[in-house]
Design a protein around this ligand. Structure first.
Ligand code: XIL
Length: 387
């Protein structure tokens, strides 16, 4: 029988209202209204040195936030997670819609919600080939490298500076390598990314400076490279490893490597995640799973997955989490939103779905239960945290 989270959440949310709000000092400081006796909350069961996050679209879910009357979604988000990633609110098209025009409204709402719920925020993202506003894609076609650098520097300093001290990890550069199957194989996206294109003569120099600008704007934020198909040891992560070495040699304040963790049951599972994380950790970097979801191909006429698919999904979520738990340098594990009704998967991968860890009524799937058990077994500060 499925457990419902509803009663637990309503009780804890009510208790939260009478406590004063204060800054979070640790990823998993017990949120108001919770005690260590609450065994059903991921954030409570996580070791204290690992943030457990979710993506959230602030514009859709948080701009109406009233601490006295949170929506059920907002209650679950606050109860379960110690970290939030803006699913869209800090992307260029949302936050910098026209030259010189910055719109922080929904990102500010997200950060305010996070702070009210004693959560940390992962910033996402400052340099990407996707979700750029028209003015960047159009004007960018004719940019010289100096022009592109000026635009990017202004953006990074303004956005990172706006949130200074309130973001613990920033995905500075997202998906900067193209895939093996694209023309030319794994190499920097000097065609699709307008900034890398303008500076294609020396894209690494641009990356080094992008990280420097971010670091100057917020010296406390840990600055990440982030990508998909970057979980295990493969051609793409080999390229990232080399890039990370080059950037560190050049003095870049690179602090972390993020594997997005968008998996599908259509493909095999790479068991080398821990080995991959360990090699980046050996460079002195933090690692993270930044956007985990496990999508399931749904048969025509079927409304849900088979029991076997459900079990495999749970194993894969848990395997990603365990890789993170087994590497002390893994600082955060983030799922890419919940419940399925909010997931990006059906829009982008037709025929696939059921990708998140919670049902649409917020009851836990086996994937959630598997993760909760792994977190309960883990010990903070010990490598591996699961002994
Ligand atoms: C996705 C969002 O979930 C969608 O709402 C949006 O329409 C497209 O982008 N890799 C990333 C994320 O780094 O920013 C993407 O998020 C998913 C893939």
């Amino acid at each position: 029988m499925r457990r419902s989270m509803r009663s637990l959440l309503v009780a804890t949310a009510a208790a939260a209202l009478v406590l004063p709000l204060c800054a979070v000092s640790a990823a998993n400081a017990t949120p108001p209204g919770f005690s260590s006796a609450d065994k059903d909350a991921l954030r409570n069961q996580a070791p204290s040195d690992l943030a457990i996050g979710s993506a959230v679209w602030g514009k859709q879910q948080l701009t109406d936030y009233d601490p006295a009357a949170p929506t059920e979604y907002q209650q679950v988000l606050g109860a379960q997670f110690s970290s939030l990633t803006p699913e869209n609110d800090m992307k260029w098209d949302a936050i910098h819609p026209a030259p010189g025009v910055y719109d922080f409204a929904s990102a500010d709402a997200l950060v305010a919600y996070a702070e009210a719920n004693h959560q940390q925020v992962r910033g996402h993202t400052l340099l990407w080939h996707s979700q750029n506003p028209a003015w960047v894609t159009e004007a960018g076609a004719a940019w010289t490298c100096d022009q592109a650098r000026d635009v990017l520097e202004d953006h990074i300093r303004t956005v990172v500076g706006h949130f200074k001290g309130r973001i613990y990890e920033w995905d500075v550069a997202n998906e900067i390598f193209q895939d093996t199957w694209d023309n030319g194989g794994v190499r920097l996206r000097t065609e699709a990314n307008p900034f890398l294109r303008a500076c294609a003569d020396d894209p690494v120099a641009l990356l080094v400076d992008a990280f420097r600008w971010a670091h100057e704007a917020d010296p406390d934020a840990v600055l990440f490279l982030n990508d998909y198909n970057a979980e295990g040891v493969n051609e793409k992560t080999d390229a990232y490893y080399e890039l990370a070495e080059r950037m560190l040699d050049a003095g870049a304040p690179l602090g972390g490597f993020g594997a997005q963790g968008h998996l599908s049951l259509l493909y095999g599972f790479d068991t080398s995640i821990q080995a991959n994380f360990e090699r980046f950790a050996a460079l002195g970097l933090q690692v993270a799973v930044t956007e985990a979801d496990v999508r399931i191909p749904l048969l025509e006429g079927e409304t849900g997955p088979t029991p076997e698919q459900v079990a495999v999904q749970a194993e894969r979520y848990d395997a990603m989490l365990e890789a993170c738990l087994n590497v002390t340098a893994c600082s955060s594990f983030t799922v890419w939103g919940f419940p399925d009704a909010n997931s990006w998967v059906p829009d982008v991968f037709p025929g696939e779905g059921w990708a998140t860890i919670l049902e649409d009524d917020y009851s836990p799937k086996p994937a959630f239960d598997a993760m909760l058990r792994s977190l309960q077994d883990a010990t903070p500060g010990v490598s591996p945290r699961r002994g």
